[in-house]
Design a protein around this ligand. Structure first.
Ligand code: PEP
Ligand code: MN
Length: 342
């Protein structure tokens, strides 16, 4: 339930309403708005139903949140959008951001070359996996700790914030040393203990939609992180499995406007993993921007034919700049500002 406070409600009255929510065994989530504050009362149905807030000083009215996800729901924020600031790069609201980099960190030279190329092309964040979820246990699994060390070096050299995947909670502390955004991959979207632990860190998180997950399941995954007090969740549409075999996954572009209706969280799109083919990536980036995405995440490599993994889908680093300019034009038409590099 959402408790909408009166414009003139005092901080004491807000504190008293919070205390009442907590006394009923529910959690209170205060959102201080420009005009009025709103308290999200999150708990099970009985706890919230027992809250009798009519006539409580400072309370204007209450609105039930009908969705199963509460903190992720746009009903909670009254249409205000979450903007995530990653070291000066903003994602969400009117901001559009590009995350780019190789599938995996493969060597110092390739990573540094890619990092400089994507920065010069105007991308805002560098992504690279040190821990890779691979379908086959015989495929390259990532450089692990050495990969993290190289990412730290790339960050130092370029100033770009780092997005990198966490697969196992045992690696959390190491990943936290370098990740500005923790990526939770499609296969981890329903790893609820991992979501909870990442929520506790307070570090921005990008959650990729599971291969066969519904939009609602994606939002419930976000809710696990938000529930731990971490507000910085980015959702990523990366294609879902359908009966179509003409390409790797079906990029669900309709999920963008639908998610943006249901949640205040930023929504970005990964056409690289959806397509599995480089030639489809540029048009799907444009389509994502046109559909209102808050950003894109694309795989980029200086020499994709020699990439250790996902070579066929990686954009050539020297083609990124021209491609991004076109995406930015579409994003601007869709009402976005470009993220500001610092
Ligand atoms: C990735 O981003 O490198 C990746 C493996 O993506 P996904 O989890 O979407 O398959
Ligand atoms: Mn990949």
């Amino acid at each position: 339930m959402m408790i909408v406070m009166k414009e003139e409600a005092t901080p004491e009255q807000i504190r008293a309403a919070v205390a009442r929510v907590e006394a009923a065994g529910a959690r209170a989530h205060v959102i201080v708005g420009e005009l009025q504050s709103v308290i999200g009362a999150i708990g099970d149905r009985e706890q919230v139903a027992d809250l009798d807030l009519e006539g409580v000083p400072g309370v204007d009215h209450t609105v039930p949140i009908s969705r199963p996800y509460k903190l992720a729901s746009s009903q909670l924020t009254h249409g205000a959008r979450t903007v995530i600031d990653v070291d000066g790069r903003r994602i969400g609201g009117e901001h559009f951001a590009t995350i780019a980099g190789p599938c995996t960190v493969e060597s110092r030279d390739v990573l540094l070359e890619t990092a400089h190329a994507i920065r010069d092309a105007g991308a805002q964040l560098l992504r690279g996996g040190a821990y890779k979820p691979r379908t086959s246990p015989y495929s390259f699994q990532g450089l692990g700790e050495e990969g993290l060390r190289l990412l730290a070096e790339a960050k130092q050299a370029t100033g770009l914030p780092i997005v990198t995947e966490l697969m196992d909670v045992r690696d959390l502390d190491r990943v936290l040393e370098v990740a500005d955004v923790i990526q939770l991959g499609a296969r981890s979207m329903q790893n609820y203990t991992l979501l909870t632990e990442v929520g506790r860190t307070g570090r921005p998180v990008m959650i990729k939609r599971g291969l066969s997950s519904t939009v609602e399941e994606l939002l419930m995954a976000a809710e696990y992180v938000l529930k731990e007090g971490n507000p910085d969740v980015i959702l990523c549409e990366r294609g879902i499995r359908t009966f179509e075999t003409g390409y790797r996954f079906t990029l669900d572009l309709m999920a963008i406007p639908v998610l943006k209706e249901l949640t205040h969280l930023p929504v970005i799109v990964d056409p690289s993993h959806a397509a599995g083919r480089r030639d489809l990536v540029p048009s799907m980036c444009l389509a994502a921007a046109a559909a209102g995405a808050d950003g894109i995440i694309v795989e980029v490599h200086p020499d994709p034919d020699r990439a250790i993994c996902d070579g066929p889908q990686q954009l050539r680093a020297d083609e990124l700049a021209g491609h991004l300019r076109r995406v930015e034009q579409v994003a601007e038409i869709a009402g976005k500002q470009l993220a500001v590099a610092v």
